[in-house]
Design a protein around this ligand. Structure first.
Ligand code: FCA
Length: 336
């Protein structure tokens, strides 16, 4: 574009002084002087995972010198308003973890209407028929594999503690309307099964929302219905799901020797538990990378805007089992 501008400038010497102004009017956003602005919209701004993502996206903004606009979008209406708002602020593109993946078509439409580039993070957007939206690049976790790591960790602990599988229940904190959540817990179920855990002892606790409070309520209902088990292992889509269930177990007199869980995340929710002087039932978590999901997606968007280099259509990140014992080493390895 710059070369085009100078050629045109030479061809119209009389207008040379006004070329910048005139051409920026003609070429709009393509005029190189526009500062880069990127939106980062998340469904649950209060959750430590999303705060970490924002923190790492801020780091990218600082390094590259772009402006990052962070907005929490707890529902579809706020989401659409936020996208329109980004356009009004002359943002060129945004990264989004939507409050409901079925809003995919609405996101694509709002982005197109406003001429914004869009990329999703964590939760992949789908269209009306449940298919991922092809022209919205995505970075998510390898949900099924990470779920398997959770299940393997729990199976190993059942063994290490000498718990009889027949007397142990497995609580699946369920949020099945979210594909990544379903895949994560399916991975854990399959790993438990593969380790010989009795399938009939797997109990579902459906959560209304993916936070600790809703997990606590869901787990309490399940524990009341299934009082026959002596021990419990707990898993779910994130640390909040598992922590809520661990708190519910504690409320029923089941401490770390009665009920243990392994979450997914590794942000503050998990670290706060590990920092307690005595081990709680929150045994571990599969640490995933807020740095990749925040910093890397922000850089991807920056390159898309400034160099017209679209991000890969799909990037799946891995995780590492982290417990009280190895937390410092594992976090260091992940560059956190
Ligand atoms: C989903 C969950 C979050 C986090 C993220 C990676 O969005 O709701 O808690 O696990 O995936």
């Amino acid at each position: 574009m710059k070369r085009g501008i100078s050629r045109l400038g030479r061809a119209l010497p009389l207008l040379a002084g006004f070329a910048g102004i005139a051409l920026s009017a003609i070429f709009g956003n393509a005029w190189a002087a526009d500062p880069v602005k990127i939106g980062f919209l998340v469904k649950q701004a209060e959750e430590p995972w999303f705060q970490d993502e924002w923190r790492f996206a801020d780091q990218a903004a600082h390094e590259k010198g772009f402006t990052l606009v962070k907005i929490g979008i707890p529902n579809g209406e706020k989401m659409i308003n936020a996208i329109d708002n980004l356009a009004a602020q002359k943002v060129q593109g945004f990264i989004i973890c939507a409050p409901d993946v079925k809003l995919g078509t609405a996101v694509a439409r709002a982005a197109k209407r406003n001429g914004l580039k869009a990329m999703s993070v964590d939760d992949q957007l789908v269209d009306g028929s449940g298919k991922p939206i092809a022209d919205i690049p995505h970075m998510g976790i390898s949900a099924y594999e990470i779920g398997k790591q959770v299940g393997q960790g729990l199976a190993a602990e059942i063994k290490a503690r000498g718990w009889s599988p027949a007397e142990t229940g497995a609580l699946r904190m369920a949020f099945d309307q979210l594909p990544t959540a379903r895949e994560r817990t399916q991975g854990a179920v399959d790993a438990l099964k593969a380790a010989g855990f009795p399938v009939a002892n797997i109990v579902d606790a459906p959560q209304a929302k993916t936070d600790t409070e809703n997990a606590f309520n869901a787990a309490n209902i399940a524990f009341t219905k299934q009082a026959r088990f002596k021990h419990w292992v707990i898993f779910g889509l994130n640390d909040e799901a598992v922590l809520g269930a661990v708190r519910a177990a504690e409320g029923r007199g089941m401490g770390a020797d009665g009920a243990i869980g392994i979450g997914i995340g590794g942000s503050k929710t998990a670290l706060n538990e590990f920092a307690k002087p005595a081990a709680t039932g929150f045994f571990g978590t599969v640490l995933i990378s807020p740095k990749r999901h925040g910093y890397e997606t922000a850089l991807d968007m920056y390159n898309w805007i400034t160099a017209n280099q679209a991000p890969p259509a799909l990037t799946l990140t891995t995780g590492t089992l982290m417990t009280r014992k190895n937390q410092a080493d594992v976090r260091k390895q992940m560059g956190l």
